[in-house]
Structure formats: structure tokens, C-alpha cells
Ligand binder design. Structure first.
Ligand SMILES: Nc1ncnc2c1ncn2[C@@H]1O[C@H](COP(=O)(O)OP(=O)(O)OP(=O)(O)O)[C@@H](O)[C@H]1O
Length: 258
């Protein structure tokens, strides 16, 4: 693994008025690493993800990102053009509900091709052929390229959202409960696909989930949140096998009972 983090968060805080969404959050993400943020509903996972991905303004703290030219600026120092580059090219965001990350009434091919056009690709044949390759990579038949996502099943929509995110060769992907809305059998297929793509492409991923099974399957490192704070972080296997904080012990025990 590379010796420099791709992302570094220090003392991050987000307040909603007087209410604390998250506070005193510090961690690093290394290239090629999958970090899971886990915790019960309301623990601040989504707030944290949205602040890091600049979808929400933080109240205080630092978020540094390793640019392709190796600079490591705080995201707050970046101009609009650089932020746009990150959002459109270098980062991906996979939402729990595919409808939030797709355009449901344009074709599957256009959903994927649009990201290429946004970064300046203008060759129609090339865009279509890359979209078609990506559909196949996420196990959607290329013959569905002109169909709209409204005609797809939940699992297919989620796989299309993944293709749309990965087509620009991003380096960091944010995922918010990516399998949360799917049936268990469909979940397994999407998880397998995600695991394979993340490893093939050497992606760094920050995944928010309340499902410790998902975290165990995908992540190397785990951050456990409670009431807006990190209560424990460490290697996923270690945290799951030997949780040190009572809250983590409770979370782990609750999945063993199921
Ligand atoms: N826009 C907002 N305004 C006020 N409070 C908010 C807002 N968004 C979130 N909160 C509060 O901040 C806390 C953390 O919420 P957040 O959505 O980050 O938790 P979460 O762990 O992602 O939960 P879930 O799994 O249910 O999405 C919660 O108490 C929530 O009610």
C-alpha cells in the first residue's frame, strides 16, 4: 500500500444549530483501502460522509485530499474548477437509492456516457462503446443500452449507478448504504460485484453502513460511530473479533444473535 494517505480528516465537526451532527472526527484513508463507517441510525455517518464529499459544509476541522499531482490541500482551499473535477472525475458517489444517483428517464447508455461527456469526451461512437463495456462489467446485457432505468430491477439500477460512477476512473468512491434498499439475495450479488471492482481498480472507498456484515465483507478498516463521535476504529477483522468499546461489543453481539 502507498505510504501517503489519499484523504486525511482531522477534528471534523458539523453542527446543525446547537445540535452536533458529528464532532472530533479524525481518520486517514490510504490508496486502495476500503474504510467502513458503521453505527446505529442517527450516529452521524451520513453527516460525516456528506461533509467529506463537500456535499455539505462542515462547521470546523480539516479535510485534506491527495490530488493527482500529489498536492494535499484542504478541500476548502480548492477553487470551483478543481472541486468540479473531483466531483465529476476523481470521485464517485453511490447512493442508497439508485434514483438519487441516476437519471431515471434517460437511457442506461446515456446515464453512463453523460459522465464521460461531462469531462469533455465528444466522440459519440467512443462514448457508446465505453458505456456498453461498462454495462457488461456490471453484468447488464449490452442489449439494454437504450432502455431506461425505470424499466430495470432494483439490483440492476444499483449496478448501473456503479457503472456510471466508475466510468471516469475515479480514485475515491463514497458509498451511502449501497445495498440498503435491496433484497438479501440481490444484495449478495451487488456486494460481490463491488468487492471485485474495488479490488480490480484499486479504488479507495468510504462506505457508510449500519450492516456489519457488509462492512466485514468489503472493508479493511472500520470506524464505529455513536452520537456523532468515533468510539472505536481499527482493522475490520480486529474490531469484529475483539471489539474494545462496549458499544461496538453490543453491535457485534447483535449481529451474532441474528
Ligand atoms: N439537516 C439536518 N438538520 C438537523 N439535524 C440533522 C440534519 N441531518 C441530520 N441531523 C441529525 O444529525 C444526527 C446524525 O444524523 P445522520 O443522518 O448523519 O446519522 P446516520 O448515522 O447517517 O443515520 P441514518 O443511518 O439513519 O441515516 C441525527 O440526530 C439527525 O437527526
Amino acid at each position: 500500500m502507498n505510504s501517503e494517505p489519499i484523504l486525511s480528516v482531522r477534528k471534523l465537526e458539523k453542527r446543525y444549530g446547537n445540535f452536533i451532527g458529528c464532532t472530533d472526527v479524525s481518520f486517514d484513508v490510504w490508496p486502495g483501502e476500503v474504510v467502513a463507517i458503521v453505527g446505529e441510525s442517527g450516529s452521524g455517518k451520513t453527516t460525516l460522509l456528506n461533509c467529506i464529499s463537500t456535499r455539505m459544509e462542515r462547521s470546523s476541522g480539516e479535510i485534506r485530499y491527495r490530488m493527482r499531482d500529489q498536492r494535499f490541500p484542504d478541500l476548502a482551499e480548492l477553487g470551483e474548477a478543481e472541486l468540479r473535477f473531483l466531483m465529476r472525475t476523481d470521485w464517485g458517489f453511490v447512493h442508497q437509492n439508485p434514483a438519487d444517483g441516476l437519471r431515471m428517464r434517460v437511457s442506461a447508455g446515456a446515464n453512463v456516457g453523460e459522465r464521460l461527456m461531462a469531462i469533455g469526451d465528444r466522440n459519440y461512437g467512443d462514448i457508446r462503446s465505453r458505456a456498453s463495456d461498462w454495462l457488461e462489467r456490471v453484468e447488464i446485457a449490452a442489449s439494454r443500452i437504450d432502455d431506461m432505468p425505470v424499466s430495470f430491477s432494483g439490483g440492476m439500477r444499483q449496478r448501473l449507478q456503479i457503472a456510471r460512477n466508475l466510468v471516469t476512473h475515479p480514485r475515491l468512491i463514497f458509498m451511502d448504504e449501497p445495498t440498503g434498499g435491496l433484497d438479501v439475495s440481490v444484495q449478495a450479488r451487488v456486494l460481490d460485484l463491488l468487492r471485485m471492482l474495488v479490488s480490480d481498480l484499486g479504488l479507495s472507498v468510504i462506505i457508510v453502513t449500519h450492516d456489519l456484515g457488509v462492512a466485514r465483507l468489503l472493508s479493511q478498516r472500520m470506524i464505529v460511530m455513536k452520537s456523532g463521535r468515533i468510539v472505536e476504529q481499527g482493522l475490520t477483522d480486529r474490531v469484529m473479533d475483539d471489539p474494545s468499546h462496549p458499544y461496538t461489543q453490543l453491535l457485534v453481539a447483535s449481529i451474532l444473535e441474528n
